[in-house]
Design a protein around this ligand. Structure first.
Ligand code: ATP
Length: 415
């Protein structure tokens, strides 16, 4: 067998009813290992979270291995033929094999913006080895982007998968053991549970192969957490290197120059008190002096809305989220220090300890009892319910790509 290093990418094998491309990737890794390939890396790559054709979290996978690349391609296609939900009109798989990583620009475009199938095919024609698009072949976009991915920042996810016969059945996982796993491994793992909602968030509710997923900063941390979890038997398990939790989808943004379907960090000043709309959604308007931007914290972001409601006119913030239908859907924000509004009041007379009264417009204050005069009012700083810093949505509302603050803000330049 030729022993050659190569990359294989797969995407768009699932449907809302069944399957998951990461499961197919994990199956392929097992098959490659059984066939004496050396598997060097397994990547779970999330792409632009606003893409309308996505089934769930817009994931694709890429595997780096050594062995015969053409046989690996055939083995991957056999798995897609057998398991992809090809009957679903939304499922259009793509399988890509390349001797080298594909150009990083394509990954950056796919994680932040929109790509076309023909752009993927052009790259594959120039740099790829062998590829196959099923049906419309849209999965070639994600498969190509996964093989093109570069990870200046990365995290890990351990995914456990269920026996095929159980996919449609309720999952059997001891929820309290997940809280234990979180306690034992925090802050090295995150988003297994949501403490404020007192709920488990690492078990999907969809009829697919995933039993649970543990996200963390190292393979050791996610394995340690997983070892605490009591559940039905795990049929298959894979630790993925991933761009999840890195904010890879965010672009620097300027109010008035945002593109629909892209996600941004946008500086702006709050113009008015945030308003709570029907359904509990909170709306916030910010400006950069020239133009205005409508931001929303939707009801599913739960207690995050309290932080948004605490903003006041004049606050300088860095708003972070996806821009859709002329609205920035907030994922987090940074409140800059400095906006401490104050009110002025007539001072108290230091001799009589009585409140002085106005002596007339521009004439300062006078004590009615002893006649003492002063120009200076008392300045009282208004108390705030929010302090400068970062505020984020809770785990139950977090995007796969969203960087949780437990990892540090990851972004120090705020303006
Ligand atoms: P799966 O688990 O199968 O990966 P998913 O929720 O990740 O499910 P897909 O079923 O893969 O979603 O659907 C996403 C589709 O959108 C894929 O065909 C993918 O190639 C395509 N796609 C991903 N990112 C982009 C992008 N930036 N521009 C255009 N198409 C994209």
């Amino acid at each position: 067998m030729t022993l050659q290093s190569f990359w294989i990418g797969i995407d768009d094998t699932d449907s809302p009813e069944t399957m998951c491309t990461t499961w197919l990737g994990a199956r392929l890794i097992n098959t490659l290992i059984k066939n004496r390939y050396r598997v060097e890396q397994a990547r779970l790559i999330r792409l632009n979270p606003t893409i309308p054709h996505r089934t769930r979290g817009n994931a694709a996978i890429a595997i780096k291995a050594s062995g015969d690349p053409d046989l690996a391609f055939d083995l991957a296609c056999l798995l897609v033929d057998r398991y992809a939900d090809l009957g679903c009109d939304k499922t259009h798989p793509g399988v890509v094999v390349s001797d080298n990583q594909l150009p990083a620009d394509f990954y950056f475009q796919a994680v932040t913006s929109v790509c076309t199938i023909s752009q993927a095919e052009e790259i594959l024609t120039e740099y790829g080895r062998v590829w196959k698009g099923y049906k419309l072949g849209r999965g070639l976009i994600g498969a190509t982007a996964a093989v093109a991915s570069v990870l200046p920042d990365y995290t890990w996810e351990l995914l456990t998968y269920r026996d095929e016969k159980l996919w449609a059945d309720p999952r059997n996982v001891d929820q309290s053991s997940i809280f234990t796993a979180d306690e034992v491994t925090t802050p090295h793992t995150w988003d297994s549970v949501d403490h404020t909602q007192k709920s488990v968030v690492c078990i999907p509710h969809t009829p697919d192969p995933v039993l649970f997923g543990i996200r963390g900063d190292s393979p050791y941390a996610v394995s340690r957490a997983s070892s605490c979890i009591r559940s039905e038997p795990v049929a298959l398990e894979q630790i993925w290197l991933t761009n999840q939790g890195t904010d890879a989808h965010l672009l620097p943004g300027k109010i008035g120059a945002l593109v629909d379907g892209c996600s941004y960090r946008v500086p702006g000043t709050v113009t008015a008190k945030p308003e709570t709309k029907r359904g509990g959604h909170v709306s916030l308007q910010v400006t950069d002096d020239d133009e205005k931007l409508q931001c929303m914290a939707f009801e599913p972001t739960k207690e995050f809305r309290q932080s948004v409601r605490a903003l006041i006119p004049g606050d300088e913030i860095l708003a972070v989220g996806s821009y859709l239908a002329e609205t920035l859907n907030l994922e987090k924000f940074y409140l800059a220090p400095g906006n401490l509004p104050s009110i002025t009041k007539a001072p108290v007379c230091p001799t009589c300890m009585k409140q002085m009264t106005s002596a007339g417009t521009g004439k300062g204050y006078k004590c009615r009892r002893c006649g003492l005069r002063t120009q200076d009012p008392d300045i009282i700083q208004e108390s705030r319910t929010i302090t400068p810093g970062w505020y984020e949505v809770p785990p139950c509302a977090r995007r796969h790509l969203g960087r949780p603050l437990i990892r540090g803000p990851g972004y120090t330049r705020t303006y």
